[in-house]
Design a protein. Structure first.
Length: 196
């Protein structure tokens, strides 16, 4: 079984390795950025909204009590027969009551969302751990394998990393290089030659 590789450009392998290194850096940055954004969103729900809506319930309760008192004063001021419509006071009371109900609903929704987000965050953390494992172990292994491959290719090509397959010389003729099957072997210094 022939297991030869047809590598026509060591520079392309260099470029691919450089792209993998860049991808590794970008992936690490993306993971950190993603974690920060997720934590910020979770914090907004678990801390900010958890405090905000109960405070709004308290404020809306006070506003509703004030609106109810204003409505009762209006109704008592004129007696039942001569009482004006107290339209403005009724409208303010209904608005305050709707606001209170809305704020109470938000308190319940925040509690539900906190439970949902915690569950989803657990799943997300598991998936992120898998991605981090790939970035921390598999990518460095792949980059190391490419580095070893490049070193072997450069040794095979005679120490140069600029091997060009089928490159034209200045004269317009095809010049043989180390990757050409018809290329003559490089001159070997007699002192380094191994005799049988």
């Amino acid at each position: 079984m022939n297991q030869s590789a047809n590598v026509t450009s060591i520079e392309a392998v260099h470029a691919f390795r450089a792209a993998m290194v860049k991808f590794e850096e970008d992936a690490r940055d993306s993971i950190v950025s993603l974690e920060l954004e997720i934590r910020r969103a979770v914090n907004w729900i678990e801390v900010d909204r958890r405090r905000y809506w109960p405070a709004q319930v308290k404020k809306a309760s006070e506003e509703m009590a004030q609106a109810r008192n204003a409505l009762e004063r209006c109704q008592l001021k004129y007696g039942s027969e001569e009482a004006p419509s107290c339209y403005e006071q009724k409208k303010n009371y209904e608005r305050a009551r709707r606001r209170l109900r809305y704020c109470e609903d938000q308190v319940r929704l925040v509690k539900q969302w906190i439970q949902t987000i915690r569950h989803e965050l657990t799943l997300f953390d598991g998936q992120l751990a898998e991605m981090r494992l790939s970035v921390d172990s598999e990518l460095p292994r792949a980059i190391a394998a490419l580095t070893n491959l490049l070193n072997a290719l450069e040794r095979y090509a005679g120490g140069t990393s600029r091997v060009r397959s089928g490159a034209l010389s200045d004269g317009g003729e095809s010049s043989p290089d180390a990757s050409s099957p018809n290329a003559s072997p490089p001159d070997i210094d007699a002192s380094k030659r191994i005799e049988p």
